[in-house]
Design a protein around this ligand. Structure first.
Ligand SMILES: Nc1ncnc2c1ncn2[C@@H]1O[C@H](COP(=O)(O)OP(=O)(O)OP(=O)(O)O)[C@@H](O)[C@H]1O
Ligand SMILES: [Mg+2]
Length: 266
């Protein structure tokens, strides 16, 4: 079964852009990351399953972004292993991970302001595939990805630096999804969106996971976490506290795992 966004892209590009069907079992085993005096992650082990949305939850500074940066190849662990399909991988750069089928939407909105909306959606696309997108299909491809995520009208030729922040955030989400990664990492990726667009993005992401892909999701908002998560791993001060299955998830339980002191004082 293909995801809805894969179908939209295929309608424009034909089946040639499709990546090989790769169900990727990803896990971290005892990973730690130290920045000088700060132990950002401490001996964390998590198994991620294809076809699920796996949320990483924790207070500010608990190590969520650090975990995603390790998985994205941006920083390297000081200890522990990252495993993909049963083999240890040692990514040295985001390109290493992209070529393995993983893409990330970071907490910061990363756009190239002096290039068009269309160029920004397709940024990084060409390097990844043997076939480039033909010039005449570039706009249609970017539009297909953006239309999947939003009903707002979009001028594809406008400079990306001049569109509202919410649209920029949709652009970076569309950029990641248009590559059809088997593993999609989202770090607070919907923070700038209004409710309508956020809702739609969540539907797209849910559909994407149901099609067999792995989505790893970071959010602060309890309603989003409960709505989307098949599993939730809670970090506190860089350590894994627990991983809950969907049926075990309640706000009270999550809050207690995140910050037991706060619950005691409440
Ligand atoms: N490049 C860095 N250099 C030094 N310390 C860092 C660096 N990146 C993160 N840290 C520290 O590591 C810890 C974990 O940070 P991280 O960004 O992973 O937390 P987070 O859970 O994503 O927080 P937030 O909810 O605020 O995004 C924090 O104490 C942070 O200050
Ligand atoms: Mg963070």
């Amino acid at each position: 079964m293909q995801s809805a966004i894969a179908q939209r892209l295929e309608a424009v590009l034909g089946p040639s852009h499709r990546r090989g069907a790769t169900l990727r079992a990803l896990s971290v085993e005892g990973v730690s990351k130290r920045y000088g005096e700060t132990q950002a992650l401490n001996d964390v082990s998590i198994e991620f399953e294809p076809g699920t949305i796996h949320t990483i939850l924790g207070e500010n500074g608990s190590g969520k972004s650090t975990l995603l940066k390790l998985l994205s190849g941006i920083v390297q662990p000081t200890a522990g292993r990252i495993m993909l399909n049963g083999n240890e991988i040692r990514p040295r750069s985001p390109l290493d991970m992209q070529s393995l089928g993983l893409d990330t939407v970071f907490q910061e909105v990363l756009i190239t302001p002096y290039r068009s909306v269309s160029d920004n959606v397709l940024l990084g696309y060409d390097g990844l595939f043997k076939r480039r997108i033909p010039e005449r299909l570039r706009d249609a491809t970017a539009k297909a990805a953006l239309d999947a995520l939003s009903t707002s009208p979009i001028d594809l030729d406008e400079l990306a630096g001049e569109v509202p922040l919410a649209m920029q955030q949709l652009i970076v989400i569309a950029r990641a999804l248009s590559k059809l990664p088997s593993i999609l990492l989202l770090d607070e990726a919907t923070a700038a969106l209004d409710y309508g667009d956020r809702d739609r993005v969540f539907d797209v992401v849910t559909d994407y996971a149901r099609a067999g892909n792995l989505v790893i999701f970071i959010s602060h908002r309890m309603d989003e976490v409960k709505r989307l998560s098949d599993r939730v791993s809670v970090l506190r001060s860089g350590r894994l506290v627990d991983t809950l299955q969907r049926a075990e998830v309640t706000s009270e339980r999550l809050l207690k795992l995140m910050a037991p002191e706060a619950v005691l004082h409440a």
